[in-house]
Design a protein around this ligand. Structure first.
Ligand SMILES: Cc1cc2nc3c(=O)[nH]c(=O)nc-3n(C[C@H](O)[C@H](O)[C@H](O)COP(=O)(O)O)c2cc1C
Ligand code: SF4
Length: 477
């Protein structure tokens, strides 16, 4: 992808600034980064009676490596230990955990139920133990569990077939993912039963020792689909009040049945229409004849942002006394470039239609607008991994300027788990371990292979799955 300069080539402040100017991308950054206890990124965040020890969060990342009955494996445990080793003090969700079988995004996704919860408790304990070994203090570590139903993108069974649960027939997504326009939608009673399953899952998460549950509302999964259910009738569709009823009923139920458990929400703050590869492989938006109505936080063009409903959603979270918000965008299935900016697309993606730095800047700008709207909420931002060598400079600026409270780290944690600690202590970054957004951690699960950083993590390089991944990439070239 020679169209865009590699970030690793932007070696000086001048190089970085000039390149951003050439792109017309506004991405503020600090020229120098401070380390040590007084550094902006080392400052705690006040949270109720406790503090979150610094300004880094680990974002949730599934590994496609649980058992078929939803339990973690050694691979899962290794990843959670790495989360603990990162030095980040907020663990946002660990990874998506399905509240029941039909809500799994893949046949190896974790599930929380009466049988599996002790093993999820074990994952948390291993994370805490690793953190304690390296950093001693753990009273300032806040750990959540992400609860989800994968809705339209559910593939729960070993046959790996899509078995969607949908809220409305989407004029583009039904077709794109190969199911008919008249595919049945969940009824209001089905939704009520699902809410009960979420409440049971929240109780088990509490039992497993988690500080909070994230009621996932992002990436095109079911929670997120409610927000765009403008065409649905009944109690859960149409007006904003109905589209947010799922969230309100979840919160009411959890507050009543699991007192003392905190709640957070990971939200796709804006969405766009689906993209597909164009004639030369570059992503282009699918035709949205007459405008697009299904992008929560988006405008009717299908590729613009209108945060007015997102602001209203934050007002609702505030009124529900929810303070922990993690912001992301779009969906990894139909517009990955706005969700996880990358130079190299996953096997089911497309060449980036913009410099990925533009995608990073878009998410940062949106979070800053949301933080300005509701400064009393704690905002975690996402999509920073593409910044590579420049991540510490941008992160410090964002936190110092109050544009977000915490910097979420996703892919970079897979390639370089201790990165937050290195930034905080002023170690030069280990350049060979910096994620270069090769997307193998997404391509692998798309091809039924466990996820991991195959290019940079020796542990995965040496596994038999590495050869299978290579073959899968050859096939989809
Ligand atoms: C392999 C992989 C698995 C992911 N799994 C989840 C998940 O379980 N839940 C979630 O909310 N986001 C998930 N994400 C999205 C990340 O949390 C994050 O938003 C995204 O990678 C962008 O951040 P980054 O630029 O730091 O990677 C996943 C991303 C990757 C690469
Ligand atoms: S496979 Fe490794 S280098 Fe590639 S995007 Fe994932 S974490 Fe980054």
């Amino acid at each position: 992808m020679d169209r865009y300069k590699r970030v690793a080539q932007l070696r000086t402040v001048e190089d970085f600034r000039t390149y951003l100017d050439t792109l017309g991308v506004s991405l503020p950054f600090d020229e120098t980064v401070t380390a040590g206890p007084d550094a902006p990124l080392a400052q705690p965040i006040a949270y109720g009676v406790r503090a979150i020890g610094n300004r880094f969060s680990v974002l949730p990342m599934e590994g496609w490596d649980g058992t078929h009955d939803g339990r973690p494996t050694e691979l899962t445990a290794r990843r959670w230990q790495h989360f603990g080793a990162s030095g980040a003090k907020l663990i946002w969700g660990g990874e998506a955990v399905a509240v029941r079988h039909d809500g799994r995004a893949n046949p190896r996704q974790l599930m929380i139920n009466a049988d599996t919860w002790p093993e999820l408790a074990g994952l948390r304990e291993q994370l805490v133990a690793e953190h304690a070994t390296r950093y001693t203090r753990t009273d300032d570590l806040l750990i959540g569990l992400q609860l989800t139903h994968s809705g339209r993108f559910a593939r729960p069974d070993p046959d790996n077939k899509l078995k969607p649960s949908i809220l409305y027939p989407h004029p583009l997504l039904n077709h794109k993912f190969g199911f008919p326009d008249d595919y049945p939608v969940l009824g209001d009673d089905d939704i009520r039963r699902l809410i009960d399953d979420f409440i049971v899952a929240a109780r088990l998460a509490r039992q497993a020792g988690f500080d909070f549950v994230d009621l996932k509302h992002c990436h095109g999964y079911l929670g997120h689909e409610f927000l765009s259910a403008v065409d649905r009738g009944g109690r859960y569709g149409g007006a904003f009040e109905n589209r947010t009823r799922f969230l309100r009923e979840l919160v009411d139920g959890i507050r009543a049945e699991v007192p003392g458990l905190d709640i957070g929400v990971r939200l796709s703050a804006f969405d766009w229409a689906p993209f597909k590869p164009g004639a030369d492989g570059t992503g282009e938006m699918e035709a949205v004849n007459g405008g697009y109505r299904y992008a929560f936080g988006g405008d009717s063009s299908g590729h613009g942002i209108d945060l007015s409903e997102t602001f209203a959603f934050l007002d609702l979270l505030h009124s529900l006394d929810i303070r922990l918000i993690c912001i992301t965008a779009g969906s990894p299935y139909y517009n990955p470039h706005i969700q996880r900016p990358a130079l190299f697309p996953p096997s089911d993606g497309y060449q980036p239609p913009e410099d990925p730095l533009a995608g990073v800047a878009r998410q940062i700008e949106a979070v800053a607008a949301l933080k300005a709207h509701r400064p009393e909420l704690i905002f975690v931002g996402s999509g920073y991994s593409y910044l590579q060598e420049w991540l510490p400079n941008v992160a410090q600026h964002v936190v110092r300027a109050g544009m977000a409270d915490s910097i979420g780290l996703g892919r970079l944690i897979l390639s370089y788990p201790e990165v937050a600690a290195d930034i905080l202590t002023g170690q030069p970054l280990a350049r060979k371990r910096i994620c270069r957004t090769f997307s193998d951690c997404t391509t692998a699960p798309r091809n039924g292979i466990v996820s991991g950083c195959y290019p940079l993590d020796d542990f995965y390089k040496g596994r038999e799955e590495a050869a299978r991944l290579k073959a899968a990439k050859e096939r989809t070239k």
